[in-house]
Ligand binder design. Sequence first.
Ligand code: UDX
Length: 429
Amino acid sequence: MTITIVGHGYVGLVSACVFADFGNKVWVVGHTPEKLKRLKNGDPIIYEPGLAEMLQKNIKAKRLIFTDTYEKAVKDSEIVFITVGTPPKSDGSADLSAVFTVAKEIATHLAPRFTVVSCKSTVPVGTNIAVEKILNDNKPPGASIAVASCPEFLREGSAIQDTVSPDRVVIGSDSPEAIEKMLELHKSLPGKRVVTNLASAELIKYASNSILATKISFANLISFFCEKTGADVEEVLDAVGMDRRIGRTFMYAGVGYGGSCFPKDVQALTDTGKKLGVDVTLLKSVEDINQHARANFLANVLKKVKGKNIGILGLSFKPDTDDIRFAPSVYLVGELIKKGYKITAYDQAASENIRKIFGDKITLVDHAFDAVRGADALLVLTEWNEFKQIDLVKVKSLLNKPVLFDGRNIYDPVKMKEMGFEYFGIGRP
Ligand code: UDX
């Protein structure tokens, strides 16, 4: 099948590579010449394990074509995906301007036959109906369209695996012809098929991300109780998770969730709820607890650190990505700099992005031990594998004071204390 994907962020580029890898011809439309040039040369721009290889392989096979014009791509395609960003506005609602601009562009270039237009961007309930109207208002004579919502559930760091091996493929449309085409395109992927109406598909994405964020905030809430009572959040949640109705996945306490999805999607669902007159207290609490998790961590650091030199291991919002959007590190580094601390940090992928925000106000180093050396305290903010079994004897010897704040609970508090660290985990005695 020939398809077009408009947008080449995480969702667009990974989907394009995966569909091309299954033998489809995939046009990718972008509008930044410099980025398109890099993509055409096989540079994925974003950091995602395995993506560069897949990109290069499919460019070579001529199944992946990057362009800045809609004309050829849209006319050639049976399905056109919209995968542009929907960033949060200052009121928390999703900014849909890029989605609507792209819809209009697609409409004017439609071939005089049937085309499916599918939104993979995360969009509030009702957006696809608005997209459908834009397409119908602007399409040339002879062209017919149907819209389909096809939300994406990929995680950064494991985006290819999540796309190749999804738990479910959700297809929402009121058009049997569109559903048939979408099922055909996804036929090589495993996972359950959920065929539903547009509104359900749109809501499934927000509900999925919101329940995951809720689990994390619940874990953090319990960690606050642990901090006050001497209970150990890991033991508590291990035991809670043994109940098969609950489970342990995505119930890890820490400095809070970040990234391009949970913060924005919880806020956008809150905004939709307010507009619809749905009580969104639960969602607001999820967000508040997330903010409190990082603020509480900062308060503990400020209370316990003696000295002005702080080392940081991990800056990305999670391991295996260079993404720092809404990362707890950005808040913590910003606050610590404001308070006059000297920060030396190491991250194997995200340093360049942090440099863009803090410039020379932060020292970024190429090796973990260089962030540790001479620090009055060490903060671990991302659970990159390389920190899990780092030589802690060496870490202790390099630190000016053996004080360690473990924002992801990756070390054993008993062992750390035995080694002579002043160790502070999240909700751990
Ligand atoms: C998420 C969803 O998982 C994915 O399905 C969706 O399509 C996009 O949003 P992503 O943002 O890439 O993916 O990362 P994810 O692995 O979900 O982690 C999000 C944040 O939650 C990270 O900051 C992570 O550190 C944090 N987290 C996750 C916790 O604090 N505790 C946990 O138990 C799990």
